[in-house]
Structure formats: C-alpha cells, structure tokens
Design a protein around this ligand. Sequence first.
Ligand code: MN3
Length: 261
Amino acid sequence: MIKFWREIIIFVLTTIVLTMVLISHNLVPIAEAQPSRTSTTNRSLLSVAYPNRALSASPAQLPPLPYAYGALAKAIDAETMKLHHDAHHASYVNNLNDALKQYPNLQKRSVESLLLDLNSVPEDIRTKVRNNAGGHLNHTIFWQLMSPQGGGQPSGAIAQQINQTFGSFDAFKKQFNAAGAARFGSGWVWLVRNPQNQLQIVTTANQDNPIMDGFYPILGNDVWEHAYYLKYRNRRPEYLNNWWNVVNWPQVNRRAQPPSQ
Ligand code: MN3
C-alpha cells in the first residue's frame, strides 16, 4: 500500500516538473494573450471609410452620392450638394490619382494606410497626398453619415454612449457645435473613439482625418465654407445646428460598433 502511494506521488511530481519544463520552453500554449482595447482600436484605424471596408487608391474613385442633390434640404441645399460632391470631392479624387501615378506601389495601399504613414510617402507628393487622400476619405465618410430620413434623436447603442459620456444628447450637440464653430479656417469637427475606447469630440484642420491622431472617426461634419456658404453665408453656427436634421443615426451606430477582432 505504501509502495502504491509512493508511485502515485512520484508520478504526480514528474508530471508537474515535465509540464513546467514544457511551458518554460513554450511547448505548451498557455491561454492566448487577449489584445488590449487600445491595440484593437489602433488596428481598426486601417479601415474607417466604410463600417467594414477601407478606401482603395488603385485608382481612387468618386463614390456616387447615396441620395438626390436636393434630398437633404432640411439642412443643405441642392446646389451646395452638387458642387460639394461633383466638384470638390471629385477634385480630391483626381488630385490623389495624379499624385500617385508615378508610384504604382503606393496605389496598392489603402487611403487609410497612406494617411497613417505619411512618412513613407515620397516628400515630393506628401502634402498633395495628405490633402487629397484626406479629402477623399473625409467626404466618403460624410455622405454616408447623412440621409433624407435622418435627424431626430439618436437611436441604438450610440444614444446610450452619448448620454453616458456627455450627459445628454443636447449637451453633446452643444459641445460638438461649439467645437465646429471654433475651428479656425477650414476643417472638420468629429465624434471619435479615442485609444482608451472613450467617445471624444475633436476637430481637424484642412482635410486631416482623426486617424492621423490615433482616433477612430464615428461622426463628422465638414466646416469648410464650401459646405455651407451658398445657403448660410458666414453663419456657420446655423449650419452646424441644422445639420442634425439629416444625421443618419443607423449609420452612426454601424460605425460606432466596437472594432471587429
Ligand atoms: Mn468638403
């Protein structure tokens, strides 16, 4: 009987020692390390143009407007929409293709990846790529964020997250509009997810996109004069206020989903 127990103990000890040796040599997988929220968020910055798709640069193409020019009249007039899409956005697309035409390797990269690593873009086209890749990306996101059926109170998960972060939808709107009004010159105002996975309001200058500062863009409004001047003249705050009448909350919710693993 004693011999039996001794053999059991020797067997158990041998198993423990053997397992420790295997683990120390990485031969036995321990539980896979979970990616942190931060690294997950950073990885997703490579694909922000659409809820699940990056923006191609081979060649860059003007996406069709998903509604008629006059469909957003609750906030933006038809003439502004036509110019904004057919002239301004089209020129960002054309200028980006023009900048990349001597660099076929860069055309294989997404617009997001170009903006995330501008240092890898040759200096002679870097500013042109920054402005026009940014312009193409920002406007591609912008058209999707509006809808003729838009406006009203936010719905879904984003409504809760906005309330938790800013207190209420009205408080959030006030803060977002104030940031947009205070952006000097041309630029954008955004609701982003920051690397700590929190909602935050930021602004960007010119055609920079929040991914360039490590933020995931959920919702954004264009505060360049070309976005509002025909109808609102210099009254940017009035444009910012009316813009909520066309915000496409279902689309905002799709963009606000935690990034897929
Ligand atoms: Mn614009």
